[in-house]
Design a protein around this ligand. Structure first.
Ligand SMILES: [Zn+2]
Ligand SMILES: [Zn+2]
Length: 165
């Protein structure tokens, strides 16, 4: 990974480990470069999605992306009672926070269970359910085509066919 530089001060950003993952910080202006997955862990999926949606709609040009140097999109992200102005890079999914904006973000509720440890097993369970559903649908459509091919007297469909003979 190449070195990231601050879009405001042009100095190298320092890679620091936050509670939610690695971020890049400017020691001069206290700006923060955060990848979308890290932001999602910090503020929750809905807020991260909202930021992404706003960036998609916004035409405002933000600062230069610290990661890929492309122009970022400036958005005003409503967060509870405040609004933070952040720059979103739609090219590489990096978000730039000016001084202490990141620290202003409310942390995601601690009561929610950590998704990481049980992710594997719940994914397997989801796939098992999806497979079971697929089998059910397949069995249902097989049953339906069986009825269509061989209408039996006594079944509603069979009686219906007899009416036309
Ligand atoms: Zn800076
Ligand atoms: Zn970028």
């Amino acid at each position: 990974m190449h070195e990231l530089s601050c879009p405001r001060c042009n100095v190298s950003l320092l890679r620091v480990k936050s509670a939610n993952g690695w971020i890049h910080a400017c020691q001069q202006c206290q700006g923060r470069s955060v990848a979308i997955p890290v932001l999602r862990k910090r503020v929750g999926r809905e807020v991260a999605l909202e930021a992404w949606r706003l960036a998609d709609e916004s035409e405002s040009l933000g600062c230069k992306c610290p990661a890929c140097a492309r122009p970022m999109t400036l958005i005003h992200l409503p967060l509870g009672s405040t609004v933070v102005d952040i720059d979103v890079c739609k090219s590489c999914q990096t978000i730039w926070f000016d001084r202490l904006e990141l620290e202003q973000l409310p942390a995601e509720k601690k009561s929610e269970p950590e998704p990481t440890p049980c992710k594997g097993s719940s994914q397997v369970a989801k796939e098992a359910i999806a497979m079971a559903e697929l089998r059910l649908i397949a069995e249902e459509s097989e049953g339906a085509s069986f009825d269509l091919d061989r209408p039996t007297v006594g079944s509603p469909f069979g009686n219906f066919m007899q009416f036309f003979r």
